[in-house]
Design a protein around this ligand. Sequence first.
Ligand code: 5GP
Ligand code: ZN
Length: 109
Amino acid sequence: MDKNCIFCKIVNKEIETEFLFESENLVVFKDINPQAPVHILIVPKQHIRSINDIEKKDSEILAEMLFTAKKIALDHNINKTGYKLQYNVEKGGGQEIFHLHMHLIGGFR
Ligand code: 5GP
Ligand code: ZN
């Protein structure tokens, strides 16, 4: 937990956000500024700064993020039409929130 981190506050329910899914390790919620008809964030509860900071011990969480993306895509019926899974890494990679998250972006026509 990083007390200045927006996503830690969302995880800890200090900022009210509707979760589409929650497990021991993750929360899933809609992006506040969607870039496509479906734009969902898959976020580990643990404060990991970016992909640059992942460690072997985080393997289970990282795998769960992928399996959760697959399930959420199916739930939103975009599994066949297609979607993107994106990690922005550091400033030059477009990362604005320095708490690891995967973007699930789809619903394109
Ligand atoms: P990044 O650029 O760091 O990969 O993506 C951060 C994403 O978080 C952005 O797409 C932004 O719209 C979203 N975001 C930022 N603050 C909030 C918030 O308070 N609530 C939600 N639901 N999304 C947020
Ligand atoms: Zn955080």
